[in-house]
Design a protein around this ligand. Structure first.
Ligand code: ADE
Length: 264
């Protein structure tokens, strides 16, 4: 890029940081996490796939306006063969990519439930804003590839939001399994993560690649270093914690309304 192009690109980025945020994309992996927000913001399901979306994919967009914001919530939908939510890194990366390409949002919010460590002070029902995302199941023990595997990325910083809403901030570790092997656990510890999910670092990767700021709101359904089996604890707490997530995301969106990126 020539020098002039670089400086005009930078001044364009600075301008977009200063103007009020108007278009938000929310990425949510599970239907049960998505529907309370769809109802709260009175979003409606888009009958036509947004521009550039392939025909036949299960991805669902719910769209509407809330205060001064244009909100699109994307849910990767049900697996076409098995009929369960398409959780995990692949679906969330694909849908984040397609949503950014189609809509060019000002901000991405990845919201969802997560596990967390009581050794790091977390409890069921806690809500976290994520400062850093990394992977714990991409082990490539070759110099530099090891760092690529961990794929650590910073979330967009929101000091005012965190302060105003009195939210806890912690690091997130992402992998494609709900359970946790001993190797996963040591990687999560070396990522210094409090929170464990199945999508965050994948959304962070795509957002970083396409230069869209991304924030992460995670609600704790289960304690991964506790004595209850994770899947049981997760299913038991899913509906109550989803309600808490819904309240938290509404507060986050209301805070964002009317503000620029630099004011978050
Ligand atoms: N989502 C909810 N609980 C989780 C856990 N323990 N691990 C990964 N993702 C989760």
């Amino acid at each position: 890029m020539r020098e002039m192009d670089i400086s005009s690109d930078q001044s364009g980025q600075a301008q977009s940081q200063e103007r009020a945020i108007s278009k938000i994309v929310i990425i949510i992996a599970m239907q049960s996490e998505a529907l309370p927000l769809v109802n709260r913001f009175q979003l409606t399901e888009d009958p036509h796939p947004p521009c550039g979306f392939p025909q036949g994919v299960p991805w669902v967009r719910y769209h509407g306006s809330y205060k001064d914001l244009d909100i699109s919530l994307f849910w990767p939908g049900k697996d076409p063969t098995l009929g369960v939510d398409s959780v995990g890194t692949i679906s969330s990366a694909l849908v984040t990519y397609a949503a950014i390409q189609a809509l060019k949002p000002d901000l991405i919010i990845n919201a969802g439930t997560a596990g967390a460590f009581k050794a790091k002070g977390a409890s069921v029902g806690d809500i976290f804003i994520i400062s850093d995302c990394a992977f714990h199941d991409r082990r490539i023990p070759i110099p530099v590839f090891d760092l690529y595997g961990v794929g650590s990325r910073k979330a967009f910083e929101t000091p005012n939001l965190v302060k105003e809403l009195n939210l806890q901030v912690a690091k997130l570790s992402t992998g494609d399994s709900l359970d946790m092997t001993q190797q996963d656990e040591s990687s999560i510890i070396s990522n210094d993560a409090t929170v464990k999910d199945m999508e965050g670092a994948a959304v962070a990767y795509v957002a970083d690649l396409l230069k869209v700021p991304a924030i992460f709101v995670k609600a704790v359904t289960d304690i991964v270093d506790g004595d209850k089996p994770t899947s049981e604890e997760f299913l038991q707490n899913l509906s109550a914690v989803t309600a808490a997530l819904d309240v938290a995301v509404e507060k986050v969106i209301t805070f964002i309304n009317g503000k620029s990126l630099t004011e978050l």
